[in-house]
Ligand binder design. Structure first.
Ligand code: COD
Ligand code: ATP
Length: 211
């Protein structure tokens, strides 16, 4: 008998800690699909996505790194899309359908592996409409100052650039209202890990009730 995994979305604003929470969930045994990682792979591997990006942002947005591998100037794209809604929508339209297809394939794999929990981490889950295909959505929330500091430390841009990016996303309060479960990432990494353990146990109980 084929068992459908319980489908869990994890989202949150920039720097909220969603990748870290998902890494802990994966260590505990969840199958993990990272939409942002897949989107980045498509931008380097998929010929339609590559030519679409060149059309939107110019040929020079791609180059070669010192090892000769294809390189995408993500900082340049971020500089454009987070101050131009139409360009952001066009980039999303180009990439998201292919990410959805990749998720369908991940779901097939999870079914054949007999996985009970499949977690989809995505920066924009409600906004892209993909939350409706999931059983349960977790939002990771964190203080604005911490989020901005983390994003700057990660090299995603200056404070001003990060605030512009935040301006193109739904407010954290709106995400929290729409969530089935909110993880407040307002303590140490160890506290976040303990919250991941509690969440994992709860998700397993939901998956069992569902089967
Ligand atoms: C704009 C790009 C080039 C910036 O790359 P960069 O390496 O600087 O950022 P990264 O991809 O690691 O994302 C960091 C954060 O930016 C924000 N962000 C990324 N994409 C989007 C988006 N489409 N809309 C709003 N915020 C976004 C999120 O908070 C995300 O957590 C890149 O994010 C991108 O190609 N985005 C479009 C694809 C996409 O939507 N990916 C996310 C979900 S599939
Ligand atoms: N509670 C915490 N205490 C200390 N550092 C943290 C905490 N939560 C997250 N971090 C650190 O902040 C950085 C950003 O976290 P993470 O990548 O998980 O966030 P994200 O929401 O996935 O970010 P992005 O929006 O950039 O994709 C990481 O270096 C992570 O280790």
């Amino acid at each position: 008998m084929v068992v459908n995994p319980f489908l869990v979305g994890v989202t949150g604003g920039i720097g909220s800690g969603k990748s870290t929470l998902c890494r802990y969930l994966a260590e505990l045994g969840c199958e993990l699909f990272e939409a942002d990682v897949v989107a980045k792979e498509l931008q380097l591997d998929d010929s339609e996505v590559i030519s679409g990006i060149k059309k939107l942002f110019g040929e020079n947005v791609y180059g070669k790194d010192p090892e000769g591998n294809l390189f995408l100037d993500r900082r340049m794209i971020a500089g454009v899309v987070f101050s131009d809604r139409e360009k952001l929508d066009a980039l999303n339209r180009l990439v998201h359908p292919k990410v959805f297809n990749a998720f369908d394939r991940a779901l097939e794999r999870a079914r054949s592996n007999g996985s009970r929990l499949l977690v989809k981490e995505a920066a924009i889950l409600f906004e892209s409409g993909s939350s409706t295909a999931l059983d349960f959505v977790v939002v990771v929330a964190s203080g604005m100052e911490e989020r901005v500091a983390r994003a700057v430390a990660k090299g995603l841009g200056s404070r001003e650039e990060i605030f512009r990016r935040i301006g193109s996303q739904w407010p954290q309060e709106k995400l929290m209202e729409m969530a089935d479960y909110v993880v407040c990432n307002n303590g140490s990494l160890e506290e976040l890990r303990l919250k991941a353990v509690a969440l994992y146990r709860y998700l397993l109980s939901l998956a069992e009730r569902d089967s």
